[in-house]
Design a protein around this ligand. Sequence first.
Ligand code: P1T
Length: 380
Amino acid sequence: MGFSTDAIHVGQEPDPATGAIIVPIYQTSTYVQEELGKHKGYEYARTSNPTRSALERNLACLEGGRYGYAFTSGMAAINALMTLLKSGDHVVASHNLYGGSFRLFERVLKDFGLSFTYANTSRLPDVERAVQPGTRLLYVETPTNPVMEITDIAAAAALAHSRGLLLAVDNTFMSPYFQRPLELGADLVLHSTTKYLNGHSDGVGGAVILNDSALAERLKFLQNAAGAILGPFDSWLVLRGVKTLAVRMRQHDANGQAIAHFLAAHPKVRKVYYPGLPTHPQHDLARRQMKGFGGMIAFETGSLENAKTVLRSVRLCALAESLGGVETLISHPATMTHASVPPEDRDRLGITGGLVRISVGIEDVEDLIADLDQALARIP
Ligand code: P1T
């Protein structure tokens, strides 16, 4: 079936007990058994819950995967994925990642014997050079948060597989509506469902989707053993959000393109990072690999003072971390989402004091442009 049909129906058959068209919130911690060893497939709610199972089936289908697992946050999903590795294993990761992913790798997982090399994964020779005999995983964010670098997923998968590595892709910025990494050869797809999948800024969650049954069995084991599961109400919120993912993404994309063009033509804006602009260095790859460009934009105002002026002056755009909701959020990566990245790395990546990030919502775009215009006009 088509994407929207799947989004609305997969995993969401009418409730067998009542006919309820919406999957109920099974707010329970356990399930009564008829006799020892005889039950309806559910024993304990950490192990499985029907509301979570519905979401997991739905997300697996939308990403074109066979198995999905939902976690209590995007970070919990990434952490669970990393526990597929063992002490001594090495990971090559994109040099620009969400700051929290970098922090998990550098300040938590290193203490458990994993090691990391960061490479510009949009340049495959750089990835090739970073691979070591102990490398097990290539970990890619594309587009990256916040400077929107694009990695060629099919080429990265070919390289990873030729060296015996798994490829994991954080698909949070695109959602499966615009990009389907498993179909391009990735082994694992990650989401912070907090963002576009939920879409309404009212829940934190994460997911991992994959095809390989042995890896899936291990991940399911880890999900239950470590226990960072998504609760039934939060699962239900994501299920509800996903029903409108396609229409929301189309509007995020339309608004994103309009605002990126507005910013690119604005005299107070030095540089715009958006893969939908023909000036983006990987615009052609983005057109091939993605079905849209989405609503994430970063732009350079020239100084911390200028960025502060814009962030202080906006009235409709809300100054806040996070992204992917229906309302427009504006943020300052250097001091907010990427504060845990060392300053010299931030400067090298373009995460300067003057960089501002927008998660373009689905409001009327004229209102958003008018708001940004009046805020930019205050830059001296
Ligand atoms: O916040 P959480 O649900 O734990 O997801 C972490 C995460 C993972 N991957 C990407 C690409 C992300 O952007 C995030 C979270 N990002 C923000 C909170 C932010 O404002 O960028």
